[in-house]
Design a protein. Structure first.
Length: 225
């Protein structure tokens, strides 16, 4: 008797239902591209996005670096969506695949936020703190699953919202004239929109972790029959 196919809990993503997403996943599956390869590619895109953000603090790299970072962050999100779709399409979803999905995600998040801390108009300390908050938000979700609750993907600063915030700021900084980018002096450092974005992610991330903790605790106290 065949064992039932493994079905992982997936983050609700509206674009996963789009026809173009299904066509892309099918195209990758037919060419033998594995879900783990896509997950690793997403991690590479995250690391490249972090490097591009860090380069914006160098003369002559600001606009191009921000634009490249925005592109790589969106490619990272596409890989995060397609790896699960390909795994299900090829019936290769497994607990090992979840491991390959989660660990590269944490590397990508860390690289992006450390890069954002080193970006023009930001502070390295903010980038490091944002990376820690993002890791904690993911840790709460994973611990909830270990404890026996359903995975919690709620926001307001889940992965998609974090990436959207940094992407929008990156696009604005790459396209807007310098005079349109407000800056304030903090401890002798000129802080602009990227520093503000990281501050917003930190506050939203703490709120997100607390919301997930409450939901997980509620599920564990009142398990479904």
């Amino acid at each position: 008797m065949n064992a039932p196919a493994y079905t992982p809990e997936r983050r609700p993503i509206r674009s996963r239902e789009w026809n173009c997403s299904h066509r892309t996943a099918g195209w990758l599956a037919r060419r033998g591209v594995t879900a783990n390869t896509i997950s690793a590619s997403g991690m590479v895109c995250g690391v490249l996005a972090g490097l591009a953000l860090a380069l914006t603090s160098r003369p002559g790299w600001e606009r191009g670096g921000f634009l490249a970072a925005a592109a790589f962050m969106q490619l990272r999100l596409q890989a995060n969506m397609l790896d699960g779709m390909v795994a299900l399409a090829t019936r290769t979803a497994s607990p090992v695949g979840e491991l390959y999905n989660e660990v590269p995600d944490r590397v990508a998040d860390t690289a992006i936020f450390l890069g954002a801390g080193a970006a023009a108009g930001s502070l390295p300390m903010l980038g490091a703190l944002t990376a820690c908050v993002a890791l904690f938000v993911a840790y709460v979700r994973a611990e909830g699953k270990v404890a026996g609750a359903a995975q919690q993907f709620c926001g307001p600063m889940a992965k998609q919202q974090r990436m959207a915030t940094v992407t929008v700021v990156s696009l604005y900084c790459s396209l807007a004239p310098r005079a349109w980018r407000p800056q304030v002096s903090v401890g002798g450092h000129e802080c602009g929109l990227m520093a503000g974005a990281l501050g917003l992610i930190i506050i939203g991330g703490i709120w997100t972790a607390l919301r997930r903790l409450r939901r997980i605790a509620r599920q564990l106290r009142n398990p479904a029959p």
